[in-house]
Every structure is written in C-alpha cells, then in structure tokens.
Ligand binder design. Structure first.
Ligand SMILES: O=C(O)CCC(=O)C(=O)O
Length: 184
C-alpha cells in the first residue's frame, strides 16, 4: 500500500534502516521502502509463531492503534525455547504467554519479559531476541527491520551461509565479483 507511506514520514533517524535501502545492497535484499511491515490483528489473533528475526535484523515496532502484548526472551534463552529443527529461528512453543510445560519442559528455565504496547509507543527489539505478540484489541502497528553497522556481520553470515556451511568469506569474494560496477 504505497499510498500509505507518506503517513509514516519522517522516519525515526535512529531507526532508519540505512543498509536495506542502500544502492550498494545487492538487489535481492534491497528494500527501497525501508523494510516496513504493516501488522494488523485483533483479540484471539497472534503473530503466527514465536521467532527471532532472520538475517540478524533489529526490529522497531510502533503501535498506531489498539494495544498488544509482547513476550520477549533474550538470546541466551534460545536453548530453552524449543527452536524448530527445520527452521531454527522459529520456536515450536505455540502459547508462549502460558506455555504447556509438559510439552515444552525447557521453557521453565527461560526468563520472559512481558510488555504492553499502547498507541504511539515504540519498542526496539535487538537482534537475537525472541518475541511473540498478542493483540488485546483491534491493533495496527508498523514494524521496521533495521540493518546497520551493528548487525551487518551477522546479516552477511546468514545470507551467505550454505547448507554445507561453506565459509562465507569465499562467497563474499564471489559476490564482490558479481556485483562490481560495470567498467565505464
Ligand atoms: O507484532 C507482531 O505481530 C510481531 C511482528 C514481528 O515480530 C515481526 O514482524 O518480525
């Protein structure tokens, strides 16, 4: 919905995801919109699954309308969050606010943080933190994925990783050859 973009200007200068919009970013990962996501939900809905963001992105979420609760877990809790063996950034725990400890016993060792987000409030979720959201009412928010100097090395590792675990430096070199500017 590009017609809504002007409503989101100006961007928070501290949260502006410079690297996603940079023309130096390989086209496949470039996001000229600044990597904005519109999140809408209501009572009974929830973000599909507890997760941490792929590609080491930080997330900044601003509530526009309504109220939602976040359950957050620090990166050190990862072993207790029953990550999916297929996609390790997704947890298998389906009700993180009241987990079934029979099915997910390790979760008892995790240290959750809960917070409610009200209109015009913003939450910054650093890379590696797990989160699950639960709207208390009709809720509309904006999420921006942030990529800057602090999480760039993790991004490069993630996007260049191969199933065989090939060293990313070699791939980067290859990437450099692919993306170098054309000769004048
Ligand atoms: O607020 C939500 O529904 C969670 C959004 C989120 O974590 C994400 O988009 O990565």
């Amino acid at each position: 919905m590009p017609e809504l973009l002007p409503d989101l200007i100006p961007q928070n200068v501290y949260g502006f995801p410079l690297r996603h919009v940079s023309p130096l970013m390989p086209e496949r990962w470039r996001r000229p919109d600044g990597f904005l996501k519109l999140l809408m939900g209501g009572p009974g809905s929830k973000f599909p699954v507890m997760h941490d963001d792929l590609e080491h992105a930080h997330a900044q979420i601003t509530e526009i309308y309504g109220e939602r609760e976040y359950s957050l877990f620090p990166p050190e809790d990862t072993p207790y969050l029953h990550p999916s063996p297929v996609q390790t950034s997704l947890s298998q725990i389906d009700q993180p606010h009241e987990p079934d400890l029979q099915r997910f016993p390790l979760m008892a060792q995790a240290s959750p943080h809960h917070t409610a987000l009200k209109p015009v409030r913003m939450i910054f979720i650093p890379m590696g933190w797990w989160r699950a959201a639960r709207p208390f009412s009709v809720s509309i928010s904006i999420c921006t994925a942030i990529m800057d100097r602090s999480n760039w090395p993790g991004f490069v590792r993630d996007v260049c990783a191969t199933p065989e675990g090939r060293p990313f430096k070699r791939l980067l070199k290859r990437g450099h050859r692919i993306w170098r500017a054309p000769a004048p």
